[in-house]
Every structure is written in C-alpha cells, then in structure tokens.
Write a protein that binds this ligand. Sequence first.
Ligand code: PRX
Length: 671
Amino acid sequence: MPQDTPSTAPEGREAPEAHEAADENATFPPSAAFAAQANAQADLYDQAAADPTAFWAEQARKHVTWKTPFTETLDWSGAPVARWFADGTLNAAYNAVDRHVVAGNGDRVALHFEGEPGDTRTVTYAELQREVSRAANVLSSLGVEAGDRVVIYLPMIVEAVVAMLACARVGAPHSVVFGGFSADALRSRIADAEAKVVITADGGYRRGSAAALKPAVDAALETLDGGPESPVQHVLVVRRTGQDVAWTPGRDVWWHEAVEAADVQHEPVWVEAEHPLFILYTSGTTGKPKGILHTTGGYLTQAAYTHHNVFDLKPETDVYWCTADVGWVTGHTYVVYGPLLNGATQVIYEGTPDTPHQGRWWELVEKYKVSILYTAPTAIRTCMKWGEEIPGRFDLSSLRLLGSVGESINPEAWKWYRRVIGSGVTPIVDTWWQTETGAIMISPLPGVTDAKPGSAQRPLPGIAADVVDDAGQPVGHGEGGYLVVTEPWPAMLRGIWGDLERFKDTYWSRFKNVYFAGDGAKKDDDGDIWLLGRVDDVMNVSGHRLSTTEIESSLVAHEIVAEAAVVGASDETTGQAVVAFVILRSEFAADAVQADVQELLRAHVAKQIGPIAKPRTILVVPELPKTRSGKIMRRLLRDVAEHRTVGDATTLADSSVMDLIASGLATPAPK
Ligand code: PRX
C-alpha cells in the first residue's frame, strides 16, 4: 500500500498507486479517471512540436476573442523584443468579462469574495461587467486615456480586480503595488511609471485589525508633490474599513461615490495586441526595482492556455482558488486574467491563513467546495508546522487538483500537500515561471505526467527551455547548469519600463540569443528539470523576490551603519530568510547592543522597503569577508548564517576575517 494512500479517500475517487512510493524517486501518475477527463492530453506535446508558431496561433484563436483577427503570429526581427499577433486588436477586459455575458453565462459567479472579518460578497459575470464598465467610465472622467499609467495599491478585495480590469478596458496599463510595500517603495514605483492616477483604499483587514493604506499614498505623493512635475492628478479611494483618512480636495475622489454615479455602459477601447497591459515591479540584482512590461495579446493567450491546461479548469463545475495577492504576478495571471478569461468561478480571500484561526483556508475550501487550489510551498510548510489535525477538521473532498508556485517544493512538503490536503489522490502541478515570463513555463500536465515530487519536470507544449553549462551548451541528463528559454514565447516580457538596455543586459547578455532566467537547474536521468534556486543576488523569501542589494542599500542608508552584506539563508518555512551582516560606524559601535541594533534596523528596512524585506537576523560584525578585488564573499556569510563550517576562504584578502566574525558571534543569533 503506498504510504500516501488516504484512509479517507472520498467515495468515487480512485487513489492511484505511487510508483516506488517508499523510494526517494517515487512518481505519482494521475488516476485513470483524471487522465481520461483532462483538458490536456499527451498529444498536445506533439501538436506543439510539429509547428510551435502555428500552435500558438491556434491557442490565440481558441482562448482569446479578437476584435480584428491577427494574420501575423510572431515577429522576432526586433529581438529581444518580440511582437506576437501584432496586427490583431482586442480588449483584455472584454475577454475577461463581457464575452462570458454575451455567451449567456452572465449569471455564473465570477468571484466569491471573503473578507478577513467574515463579510462576503458574490459577484456574477454580469455584475462584474457593470462594475468594470462603471469604473472604466470613472477613469475616463478623471482624464485617464489609453497609454496612461494607473498605480493600484489595494487589499485583496473585489475592487482590486475591478480596478485592474477597468484600466485594461480603457487601455491604461496598470501597475499594481503590493499593499505590504512602504510609502517609499510606492513613491519610487509611482515616479518610475509616471502614474496619472492612484487607486487605493482607506485600509484593509489583516491579522484581525484594520491596516491603513491611504496614509502611505499620501506620504508617497507628498514627497512627489515637492517636485514640480508630480504626475498624479487623482487618487481614487475605496472605502473598505471605514477608518478616518486625510483628504486632499480636488485630488482625492471616493471610489463608491464616483462609481455609483457612473454609467453602466462602456465601450471597451480596442487596442493592438502589443499595447501595454501592465507594468509590474520586481526586484533585480541592483537596488532599483525593474518595471516588467507585459503587453496584451500574447500575455492573454498564454495566461488562458496555461490556466486551461495546467489547472484543467472546467468552468461550469470547478471552484478555483489561487491564494496569491494581486500585488504579485501570480495574482495577475492566475487570479485575474487566466481564470476570468476562462470563465472560472473563483474564491478571493482578503486576509491571512491564521485569522481568526489556523484552519481558515480549509474552512473556505469546505465552504465554497473549492476544487482547484494554487498556493506556495511556504504556505504549505507553515500548515505542516501547525499540524495536520487542523485541515483534518474540514471536509476537503471537493479538491481535485493542487498547484504550487514561487519556489521549489521540497518532496516532503509535496507529499504532505497531496496526502493531507489532496486526500492522497489529487495531482499536484509544480509550476515554474517568473514575473518576466508572464505565465507558467515548466510544469507537469496533470492528466498526462507521472508527477515527481520536487521537480517542475518539463516545459509546457509550445515552450522551449533547457539547462545549459557556462558555455551555453545544453547539459546532459544527470547534470546541472543554468535555466534558459531558447525560443520566444507569447507572454514574455517586452522590456523593462523605460530601460531597454537594462532589459538586454539582464536577460539576454549572459548567453547568445537565449533568455537567461537567473535560476540554476539540473536535468535528472529522465531529463526532467529540477530548479535549484537563484544564481544571482536575488533571494526568494516565502516565494517573493527580494534583492540583496536593495536591502543592503537600505541598511547603509541608516546613520549607524557603515557597511552591510545581505544573504539569503535557508529557512525551514520561508525557503530563504534574509540575514544581514552589518558593520557599525565607529561612533556607534562601542555601546551597541546586538538586540537593539537588530530591532532598530529591522524597523528601518520595513519602513524603507516594506515588512516583507525585514531581515530575520541582523548580526553586528567587525569585518566582512572580501576578495582582493573588494567583492563580498556572500558564500562564506551564507555558511555562517546557516551555522555550517565555513567553506574555502583562501581567496579572502584577509583570512583572519572569518575568525573575527566567528568570535563576534559567540552568542547565538537572536531570531
Ligand atoms: O527562482 C524562481 C522562483 O521564483 C522566481 C520568480 O519569482 P517571481 O518573479 O517573483 O515569480 C514568482 C511566481 C511566478 C524564479 O526565478 N520560482 C518560481 N516558481 C518556482 C520557482 N522555483 C522553483 N520551482 C518553482 N515552481
């Protein structure tokens, strides 16, 4: 009996045997019943391989409704900026909403919203069409035109989805900034995107209380307003918590007042396929976040195609839930565009998984009969820590497919996820992709692939990815190297906002003519791909990208810090955790108390970047290990942070530095 066969497999669900379940290399084939009904069958690989360009054209016609049909599929003559379906025109909001109403599905629930305090709201596609149309009219009345940028800084509420779609409806690229980012981070993104309007809320509910959002917008704009050319003309404010807000007359507009007064009819602005749909800022290897630019036709094609095939969505019967916030790319592609294009019924939840109790997610799965759940390994590991008796209290038998994204899922968490959450029967799709790729690139197909815990396995049909060595040559089976994408794909980024050179440098200069993802990977003996983490100075904390340089810059901006080095150290729950080593300025060093410094600097980073960037541990050290050319040897610091024996230090300019650091760390690191 395979170890993960549930004793509680719901009736009618067949528990497939895990091949070699006791073995490290166990594979989990889909059940015959799942395989037979799956949207994607094995022949999808053959169809795509026969003619990838024609394959994508077919997907674009199948999954997207065009106002003007395209006749050209791919133009790669301007590489590395691709043009897909360039002579077609369409509208993203029409595709996500209106066409379902036109098809007679207006009464289908689009969103089951659950607020953290327990308030709920159900929105059908017909209602969503009215809301989005009204909001689009509001944007137009505020002077927003096609091409203008709108920054969205909202909690996970219905209005976040409506706001994004309203922008798309008028052809205004949105730039969503995660509500956990600080005023400073918001300011730099508003300035870089030169946003004309900001959409925010008074606040949102988080961990049982109302957390304010509007003050961060006010602070961000105050500084911007200091300059002559502040781009922001209006701030639309959603009333969510009812808390008091400061008001700037003439600039600030209540969302509910404007939307209620607006007309429910709105003709979508038909845009060319390459019209920008959104900019999403993400951390790179420098201190300055990159505005990743996505356009309309190709992005929507791959979003809908992957959502249909990887999540096996049956819009009439499934209830889908992706737990990501719209502030991240997963929320863009797999909360807003992918599922809505496919006419899904989905759950969106405002709060944290442990408010008011640690079973909140599972309560929601039971309540809404969620059948497809997409989340991150860090959440799964947190639930493992809380104990399986918590999900065990709820009826999770509606689940038929589970997904994972954001970082590699360790086999132990994978098996727990399937056994405890998936009743031991559901397929799991481990999906590799990035803000830059726009949509899933490497993943099992749930009805086809024998799943291997810990591996994202194969590029999807239509995607060409490989693992190469230093010289750019594909590695053999059983070997490791760098992950690259070797052919253009429809949802690929079209650049970094305002910085074409940085786009070329970052992704296209390491290897000739191929996209370098920044991830290390290996191919196993079957040729399946295993992701090994970032090979650059980007960390991955709870599936969110953070730049070591950005946090270092923030630390050295504090008056007590002379020098700082940041590393991502492995962490049982969050994958990686931020660990900072700081040298204090001499005038502060003498009477500094480690714990006080840590608290002071953690608060400082939270203010400058946001709470997610707060180092878990800050260690005050007398020196940093550097090579003769002055480069900080982060590898050695990682050894220290992970409490390992320090590795080869022979290239250090001063080999006694590690002893100095070790002597300063005689007391255990505070957590
Ligand atoms: O290192 C990879 C990791 O997350 C990075 C992309 O981060 P971001 O742009 O924030 O997007 C996250 C959600 C798509 C990648 O370079 N990553 C993402 N998914 C996986 C992963 N690493 C391993 N396995 C995955 N399934």
